[in-house]
Design a protein around this ligand. Structure first.
Ligand code: NDP
Ligand code: MG
Ligand code: MG
Length: 341
């Protein structure tokens, strides 16, 4: 059972007298920086000099400096640049500017857990990770609402890492909703497994293969799109609201019977074995090594896979259909469809 913390458990004095360098002003960075600032914390945003985000951060009333300058001034360095560039930013801008007793703060555990960043022993290393895209972290805060988050302590040199982490979580609004205690290992491995097996990988493969099955059997691409992709949202919304039970209660008995008898036929014991293999490669670092090498090589496979996915027939059919229907949500704020996992 994980411990869950709320605002009453947080003592904001652990952060109100400190300076936080928020490195990066993207999805998470802009939300953490503005929420911390409005909670009364001294914030300096760290960006490279030619950064496209520099003006945005200044327009939002924040002070901006280079990542090295911001890190030098800070007691807490919140590392919110993309995971793939964090080791480089750490080596060049953060590490030379870490003082004993400072805190390295993350929103995802990849680089610490897979040893791509090896912090010195005399600093605290923490994670406060909102379980949501940054734009919702910001919007919820503005509406006096919270965003659930995770808290993990990797290194507690000062003896106050947890109190400081809770204070940080409160200052960005997470403690209003609830902060679940975890570890860097658990967060990293469950996050990678979840996005590979279900959220990003599993679900898209299921959709594409079901679509292809119908189209190859002679059914119209439009019908296949509606059945296999469009309706997914309605089903997921129900599961999100009330679990699997609310979904089963909302569909017809025919759908429930067919779903209960055929679901495990489609996603059978082979799929389960494959999932176990995916999890093993997350746990033993195989996936991490592959992804790091892929980045070092300039992303040849990623680029090709990315393009092939965009070129799948279901994408053309879907774009066409969405443009024809009044319920189209294509115009919604694109930022909100950013990476959630
Ligand atoms: P983004 O991709 O949104 O971050 C982009 C920001 O980083 C921009 O301000 C960009 O500025 C800056 N940046 C990029 N490269 C560099 C560089 N080499 N040096 C300095 N700044 C750079 O990141 P996210 O917010 O998505 O992710 C940040 C962290 O949060 C990650 O650890 C991620 O796993 C975690 N996380 C993300 C979630 C999300 O919803 N996105 C959810 C939970 C956790 P510019 O390029 O203009 O210089
Ligand atoms: Mg410092
Ligand atoms: Mg995730």
């Amino acid at each position: 059972e994980s411990e869950i913390y709320y605002e009453d458990d947080a003592d904001t004095s652990h952060i109100l007298n400190k300076t936080v360098a928020v490195l990066g002003y993207g999805s998470q960075g802009h939300a953490h920086a503005q929420n911390l600032n409005e909670s009364g914390v001294d914030v300096v945003v760290g960006l490279r000099e030619d950064s496209s985000s520099w003006g945005a951060a200044e327009d939002d009333g924040l002070e901006v400096a280079t990542p090295a300058e911001a890190s030098a001034r800070a007691d807490i360095v919140s590392v919110l640049v993309p995971d793939t560039v964090q080791p480089d930013v750490y080596e060049n801008a953060i590490e030379p500017n870490l003082d004993p007793g400072d805190t390295l703060q993350f929103a995802h555990g990849f680089n610490i857990h897979y040893n791509q960043i090896r912090p010195p022993e005399d600093v605290d290393v923490t994670m406060v990770a909102p379980k949501s895209p940054g734009h919702l972290v910001r919007r919820n805060y503005e509406n006096d609402e919270g965003t659930p988050g995770l808290l993990a302590i990797y290194q507690d040199e000062t003896g106050t890492a947890k109190q400081e982490g809770l204070a940080y979580a409160a200052a960005i609004g997470c403690a209003r909703a609830g902060v679940v205690e975890t570890t860097f290992r658990e967060e990293t491995e469950t996050d990678l497994f979840g996005e590979q097996a279900v959220l990003c990988g599993g679900v898209t493969s299921l959709v594409k293969q079901a679509y292809e099955t119908l189209v190859e059997a002679g059914y119209s691409p439009e019908m296949a799109y509606f059945e296999c992709l469009n309706e997914m949202k309605l089903i997921v919304d129900l599961m999100y609201e009330g679990g699997l039970g609310e979904m089963w209660d909302s569909v017809s008995d025919t759908a429930e019977y067919g779903g209960l008898t055929q679901g495990d036929v489609v996603v059978d014991e082979h799929a389960r074995e494959n999932m176990e293999q995916v999890l093993e490669q997350v746990q033993d670092g195989t996936f991490a090594r592959e992804w790091i090498a892929e980045n070092q090589a300039g992303r040849p496979s990623f680029t090709q896979l990315h393009q092939a996915e965009r070129n799948h027939e279901i994408e053309q059919v879907g774009a066409e259909l969405r443009s024809l229907f009044a319920w189209s949500e294509e115009t919604e704020d694109e930022d909100e469809t950013e990476r959630v996992t």
